[in-house]
Design a protein around this ligand. Sequence first.
Ligand SMILES: [Zn+2]
Length: 293
Amino acid sequence: MRKNKNQITFTALLAIALAVFFFLQQYSKANTPAGEGLRVWFFDVGQGDGIFFRTAEGVDVLIDGGPGSSVIEKLAKVLPAWDKQIDYVFLTHPHADHLEGLIEVLQRYEVSNFIESGFVAKTAGYERLEKEAMSGGEKKIIAKTGDRFDFGSDVTAEVFWPEPGILSSATDTNDSSIVMKLSYGEIDFLLTGDATETVEKGLLDDDLNSEFLKVAHHGSRYASTTAFLQKASPLVSFISSGKGNTYGHPAPEALQRLITAGSRVLRTDLSGTIEVEVGRDGRWKIVCEKTCK
Ligand SMILES: [Zn+2]
């Protein structure tokens, strides 16, 4: 009887020890600076976008900061505690679900370059963000079609949108979204902000073909057109949307078009933060905070 009790205690202790071991392993993995490849995270920031990547040599790039300030916790999970510097921060377009988190990022981190589309929004949030961007030492850049960013370690981005002319004529802020193709060797990520059907139409002559697609506008029914998806032909598409959001994102119609195009679809509302790790050899794997289903 006593022996059985001891065995149970031993098994319980072993189970606890294993749980601690795996927790620490996960924790240290999450805090390990990028090794030999590119690591891209689609942060679960609720109903908004927050994308972060880190090159092999440790260049950090944040694209949008989501609503609220949850992006700060997400960054703390992937950046070493001592690293308070972000090399590039992009705002794809000045809507609250993309810009709010960036205000605190600019306050807490030393940002070297701040890039936006050039679309000026008359909102209190945008004014606060601009004030922060003016008071820091960051270089301000307006991105436009044809611009190219070289992040080192064989990682580049080509800007497809906005066309300079769109800024004065755009009636929808989403039409000004920065769309770019992030490339690491042969592997491409097409990042679309909240691009609309109009933007997608304007991009059809570009080399859209990409392994990975950040789906436009949280999976809105008005984006992810069949013609666009045929050109992009993504293996995996990522949708950044909040659980139970009032917009009904992602829309069933958009999901169906993605599936018809042959893409696997992952959503932050179901998977939590999603990470894509790309090795030097071009092989990649996807890790999800909750489930990759
Ligand atoms: Zn949005």
